[in-house]
Write a protein that binds this ligand. Sequence first.
Ligand SMILES: [Zn+2]
Length: 167
Amino acid sequence: MRCPYCGSTNTQVKDSRPSEDHTTIRRRRVCADCGGRYTTFERVQLRELTVLKRSGRRVPFDRDKLMRSVQIALRKRPVEPERVERMVSGIVRRLENMGENEVKSEAVGRLVMEALKALDDVAYVRFASVYKNFREAKDFEALLGELTAADDDEDVPTDRASASAED
Ligand SMILES: [Zn+2]
């Protein structure tokens, strides 16, 4: 594992121990060239996942990124880090078990919402408000489209109707 400080591959494992739930192994490493110390984690990966974004872009699934967004939602909430780890691992397993190598970002968002709902109400509301805003922006456009189309309706005040006719 390349040293993050000097780029040397001449590094040694000083200590390795499993996490409490035995889903990860944490290794303390030291670089023989610069003396830098760092930690790596080893965990099971059942398959390589790609996330299909709303924009149509494809990006490799990134567990750390998922963890960060979950942690933002959980900021200052009294939830043990271990439960958060388990939750994120559970989400990743469920994504892997969907049987597809490509998952939609919406599917990831839905799983996170479900998991947070079970874990912490406040974090759930925080995450859902961010996640749903994206969808509601689209819904809002659809609604605007309907309102524009409704301009010809009888219940639109006459002055308003004539004003828009002049546009
Ligand atoms: Zn180094």
